[in-house]
Design a protein around this ligand. Sequence first.
Ligand code: NA7
Length: 536
Amino acid sequence: SPETAALDYDVIIIGAGLSGMYQLHRLREIGLKARIFETGTDVGGTWYWNRYPGARFDSESYSYGYSFSKELLQEWEWSEHFAGQPETLRYCNYVADKFDLRRDIQFESRVTAAIYQGDTRSWEITLASGARSTCRFLVTAVGPLSTPTLPRIEGRDDFEGQSFHTARWPKEKVHFAGKRVAVIGTGATGIQTIQTIACEVGHLTVFQRTANWAAPLHNGKIDAETQRRIKAGYGEIFARCKETFACFVHTPDPRGAFEVSDAEREAFYEKLYGERGFGIWQGNFKDILIDRKANATISDFVARKIRERVKDPDVAEKLIPKNHGFGTRRLPLETFYYEVYNRDNVELVDLVATPIERITRDGIRTSEKDYAFDIIIYATGFDAITGSFDKIDVRGANGARLRDKWQHGPETYLGLMVDGFPNMMMLMGPHTALGNIPRSIEYSVDWVTGLIRFAIDNELTFLDATPEGTAGWTDHVKALGVGLLSNEVDSWMTGINRNVEGKQTRIVARYSGSAPAYRERCDAVAARGYDELRME
Ligand code: NA7
């Protein structure tokens, strides 16, 4: 039987973001030899790369941190209800120090290939440097939003000023004072960037292709008394996140939008609009994301708010989405975003009316005119969910490529494994419950750790999902998506990225059932000794 001793590691983990870090910690706890390979120069994943101005949480800080260590929870103090990126990156570093994670993390080590070796039941991992290592189990912790994409616009390399993708922001400070700045893209990232730099730049031009619905974040400092209550209440906070639909502190209201009077509905929306965080999205009437008429009531309400907040009625109309309803794409949360357009130094360009023709040496040419810039910021998003897998040459049993298997959209077993790719487990890959991501991460890491421990205890060297298991879960995920308004809209959530070849057709890449139902299913499999897997 295959010899573990001949392998370099028990487990190799790809990625040192929140998933990879916790996975390493858990595997060490059960005495395994594990190693992380990470592209960046330090820990933090999303919070390492996304250093753009204004990057911050949209879920409550205290619901976002790791929950696995009581000591960590008591030691760490979030300074704001929604922490900014620098603070979150400090948190990631604090965790890495506290649990001494770095000694098993190899930085500046991009994984280019992962090839399963049938004869030794192991994986061989190749880095960009050409170095190779072997392991029994492979855990991908590559992140659902970690492969940035630049627009396919002619002339991009001709521009002579500075240009950055938000997810590849330089570590050195970017000086905006007096500069003519362009932002392309108005998703969650674009909105955070725009509202943060508008008052600092000389002139800002926002290039918007699709207007997005956004609602107020209402961030603020956490005062001492609130801090004390948070620390005393962590048990309840995490218990609450465990019960809610998507692991947020918010969960859908049990009432339908038409089960209340017009006045009550209006008052409820007003209350949600005035409250912190995702409540207006995740804590709204139960039918706003499935019923068009219900959705229209909240869309109308938020449209009215935009008209109140933006002085120029033409600009306001451009900022109100016409092709999709409120909350059917990932809802960006904002802080005086709409008011930015009342400033003299800010201009909104509607790319539907005047598309970009090319990037020039000096700036951007639309069908209408030439704009000159010192800095162009690409807030153009990611090749989401499967993009980071596509970049690695992953080959399973008999040399089958993951890329081919997923050609028409991902196929997974519980979002954790793929048949034909033995001993490979995925964290935050396709078809898993995402929501408030660290909560999902902790669950998935614990499940994967349980499975690996089971294999070790039972001297199993081969774990694989079955074709039926994969087909069954994939069908289940697709069935759950039927009737959701978000699945009828183009966005990263439906696998659309107009900048990536072959990503123009909507797919179901996300599990959209409830997180408790997801956990119940995965727990049941574990409790039955993983009887749905092939094991040897
Ligand atoms: P998103 O939400 O995918 O937004 C990307 C934005 O960039 C969106 O407004 C796009 O317009 C725009 N875009 C992309 N390509 C182009 C071109 N070629 N021309 C003009 N505009 C373009 O990414 P984010 O980074 O904002 O957020 C991703 C997630 O990260 C977010 O949901 C959070 O969960 C964290 P489009 O809508 O495609 O017309």
